[in-house]
Ligand binder design. Structure first.
Ligand code: GAR
Length: 217
């Protein structure tokens, strides 16, 4: 059997992206294994999900640290001890510091519920609705030292409807998150992700041809 990519998943609260990665590993659509789940919040559903799936999980509560760098160092040490090769942020609501980035250069990825570079930051589904955007979606990207600014690996687009609420749009986006995040991880497992300056090239990826228009006549 081919060697599996060792992942760490970091989450703060919810847990549906974690579950989609667990499912991919269990169903063998992902050549990866989750070596460790780390949460910064003891109430995170992700800890229960990991436990239920028999995955090693730890809580490192950021409130126990007065300095951000000390919290980051504790997380980095746990990740290094687990010998992980790719760090997957799944709703991890902490800024990634230089301590983290230097320990895992080009090995940290994030999913964001908007079409970056539009709508970085928080509450972005509501912001896209209020702005009147016709499309939103989700973005898997490398993490760099900015907020949601790293090189883009893959995006999925969803329409925004005039009667959307934050909840309905978030659900539509999440459905796509659960497809593109495992897909991106699989590309890493297959060693198909190449960073060329600001751009990410996926070896042998198919090109979509379809343009999208919203609303339709
Ligand atoms: C997801 O929508 C993810 O894109 C978002 O948090 C949600 C977590 O859902 N992440 C961010 O906003 C990061 N800035 P989940 O816990 O059910 O996977």
């Amino acid at each position: 059997m081919a060697k599996k990519l060792r992942l760490a998943v970091l989450a703060s609260g919810g847990d549906t992206n974690l579950q989609s990665i667990i499912d991919g590993c269990q169903q063998d659509t992902l050549d990866a294994e989750i070596a460790l789940v780390v949460c910064n919040n003891p109430g995170a559903g992700a800890l229960k999900r990991a436990e239920a799936a028999g995955i090693r999980n730890i809580c490192i509560n950021h409130r126990d640290f007065s300095e951000r760098a000390d919290f980051d160092r504790a997380v980095v040490t746990a990740l290094q001890d687990a010998q992980v090769e790719l760090i997957v942020l799944a709703g991890f609501m902490r800024i990634i510091s230089a301590v983290f980035l230097e320990a895992f250069p080009q090995r940290i990825i994030n999913i964001h519920p908007a079409l970056l570079p539009a709508f970085p930051g928080l509450h972005v589904q509501q912001k896209a609705i209020e702005y009147g955007a016709r499309f939103s979606g989700c973005t898997v990207h490398f993490v760099d030292d900015g907020v949601d600014t790293g090189p883009i690996i893959v995006q999925a687009v969803v329409p925004i409807h005039s009667d959307d609420t934050e909840e309905t749009l978030s659900a539509r986006i999440l459905e796509q998150e659960h497809k593109i995040y495992p897909q991106a991880i699989q590309w890493f497992a297959q060693d198909r992700v190449k960073l060329e300056g600001r751009k990410v090239v996926i070896t042998d990826a198919e090109r979509p041809q379809q343009a999208l228009i919203n609303p339709l006549p």
